[in-house]
Write a protein that binds this ligand. Structure first.
Ligand code: ADQ
Length: 513
């Protein structure tokens, strides 16, 4: 598929984070590929084309330069993602950005200006005069490295790289540039909070195409261009800018469903779940309500804990009837709003336990283990209800992973048995999903997932109660429909669209050529 789409054109992927985690084991440098469908998919594409991946160090400002020199690392096929040794492997061009630049570009502009604005959160927006120059400088460096690789095609990932396309375009007017924006794009009335709205849009218009998860986000992007870039013309066939046509297209990202399902059936998943039930003394007969989140204020974890607290206050008969398991990961701790959010989550869990707990029941447990994707799938698989309650989220892959981890339901279990097929659900009733209306995934997963408005505490609480009480036939029906959606919009479907757009072959990109 990759060869067909891209031919022998040289591809450069540019992302903030590198696809590998580097460290030491027994005094030797190690290279590990983090689990996750997106990295695996991108990694496979670059490895197959023998291209280059440009990224910032290890994503860790303290990273030891002895392990991660600012230079190019040749990755042979066996150290890249998959199991096909015929591929050329690829070059990882790693940027070693100075700490101060990282603070202002990554923790500053990217995550205190762009991230909150794209998630419609005005309060956390912090504009410091050092942020924007650092963002410009970091983007210039990413662009320089991309140009060094002499690309025909450049594929930028996400909001950290809003200006790099313009810089690459200046150096390589003939190259084809495409960007995927993994977070929402806000309306012009919200985007105007961004002091550099026009410059940022001009940077992105260096691309030939900009992709979003939903058509709504792409439409907001076009509206913002119409409002803030006077020299651009937004037409039905794309945005006319600088003598070119730029497409804004929608392509919902998905997951590797087979891999998540296999992970959920693995021994590692079962062992991890056993360890968790032992450690927290979870009663096997007590339903588990699960939350899995990076502790980011956009994920609505505080709203979820408030809803659980409201649920127990208004329904005292539910005391002892479930356990809430929060799998959290700390994130962006260099930013005060994130440190405060972490404290708020921990405080609310402690309060829930203090107010509602009894000698034999702890209402909520918090897990911060460093888990691999099989262990995470063990949590998904054993949950009776999963709650994803983001205040806003581009897509949200946790919801899709939960669905894929439930195993493929066999609506006609009798027939499956007669044919000797094993039903992965034979020993488990599928879990129910409660899903915020404000995540990209809600577009395909609701109403089979129970939709909630995370700001509406009493209705949210009521919906969790409905999910807990949902009977087996309804769980099966809903899960069947959820799994069909997750399979239809999986990572392969997303990748196929991106390759088409990169190749300039698809409808969305055709106008450019
Ligand atoms: P994120 O904001 O990171 O990604 P999300 O898609 O929910 O959001 O999660 C990414 C991955 O992190 C998932 O694959 C999940 O397994 C893992 N993860 C999350 N919390 C975890 C935890 N506590 N422990 C272990 N693993 C955890 C951004 C956008 C999303 C968009 C993705 C992909 O914000 O809206 O879906 O990119 O485009």
């Amino acid at each position: 598929m990759i060869d067909d789409a891209l031919g022998d054109r040289s591809l450069v992927v540019v992302s903030n984070r590198e696809p590998y985690v580097h460290g030491y084991a027994d005094g030797e440098p190690t290279v590990e590929r983090p689990a996750g469908g997106l990295v695996t998919a991108l990694d496979g594409v670059v490895a197959e084309t023998g291209g280059t991946w440009v990224a910032w160090g290890s994503g860790d400002a303290d990273f030891d330069p002895a392990v991660a020199p600012d230079g190019e690392v040749e990755l042979p096929p066996e150290s890249t993602a998959q199991d096909d040794d015929d591929r050329p492997g690829y070059t990882l061009a790693r940027l070693d950005l100075p700490r101060r630049l990282v603070e202002n570009y990554y923790y500053g502009y990217s995550n205190q200006v762009l991230w909150p604005i794209c998630h419609l959160e005005a309060d956390p927006v912090t504009v410091d005069p050092e942020f924007w120059p650092a963002y410009r400088e970091a983007n210039r460096r990413f662009a320089e490295r991309a140009v060094d690789a002499d690309p025909d095609l450049v594929w930028f990932q996400d909001y950290h790289l809003g200006l790099a396309p313009k810089y690459v375009r200046e150096a390589r007017p003939d190259a084809r540039l495409v960007q995927f924006w993994h977070v929402p794009w806000p309306t012009p009335d919200f985007f105007e909070i961004c002091p550099q709205a026009t410059e940022l849009l001009r940077g992105l218009l260096g691309n030939d195409a900009v992709g979003f998860h939903l058509e709504r986000y792409a439409a907001n992007f076009r509206d913002c261009v119409a409002r803030f870039v006077p020299e651009a013309e937004v037409t039905d066939s794309g945005i006319r800018y600088d003598g070119r046509t730029v497409a804004a297209y929608a392509s919902p990202i998905g997951i590797d469903t087979e891999r998540v399902a296999a992970n959920a059936r693995s021994d590692a998943a079962a062992h991890y779940w056993d360890r968790i039930t032992d450690r927290y003394d979870l009663d096997p007969d007590r339903p588990v309500v699960l939350g899995v989140d990076r502790l980011d204020y956009t994920k609505g974890v505080v709203e979820r804990l408030d809803a659980l607290s409201h649920l127990l206050e208004t329904n005292p008969e539910l005391a002892g009837e479930f356990t809430y398991v929060q799998k959290g990961t700390r994130t962006r701790e260099g930013i005060p709003a994130y440190r405060r959010y972490y404290d708020a989550v921990r405080d609310r869990i402690a309060e829930l336990d203090r107010v509602h707990g009894t000698d034999d029941w702890t209402p909520a447990v918090y897990i911060e283990d460093d888990v691999d994707d099989r262990e995470l799938a063990g949590l998904y698989r054993n949950a009776d209800v999963a709650v994803v309650s983001s205040r806003r989220d581009g897509m949200n892959l946790v919801a899709k992973e939960f669905v894929a981890a439930q195993g493929r339901p066999f609506p006609n279990a009798g027939l499956a048995q007669a044919k000797g097929l094993e039903s992965p659900n034979r020993d488990r009733v599928p879990g129910a999903l409660v899903l915020s209306r404000f995540v990209g995934a809600a577009e395909s997963l609701c109403p089979a997932a129970l939709p909630v408005n995370p700001y509406d505490v009493s209705t949210f609480a009521e919906t969790i109660r409905t999910a807990l009480g949902m009977g087996e036939p309804e769980r099966h029906d809903r899960m069947e429909s959820l799994q069909a959606s997750v399979r239809e919009e999986d990572i392969d479907a997303w990748l196929a669209t991106q390759l088409d757009v990169l190749a300039g072959a698809s409808q969305v990109a055709a106008a450019d050529d």
